[in-house]
Design a protein around this ligand. Sequence first.
Ligand SMILES: [Zn+2]
Length: 88
Amino acid sequence: MNSGNPSESSARIGSRSERHFWLVSNRERTGGVRHAFRGARWDGKRADLSVCGERVALAQPSDLDWILFPTCVTCNDILKAENLSRHG
Ligand SMILES: [Zn+2]
């Protein structure tokens, strides 16, 4: 047995599934945007860091919010890129 082996644990990077969810960030007057956030689901935090790196206020969105507010393009692009790199 060869005992001087370097760590083999780094061989499987990326096997962990990263979850995300979408939530509306409602800003007064300026309107809202749908950002993506890391995690399985919203745990009721009042503010969180979005995938695109913005610190935004969170609130339970109404159905109308989901329809009216646009999706954050930056969040969308980042998640898409991560998805592509993960699957080759
Ligand atoms: Zn965003």
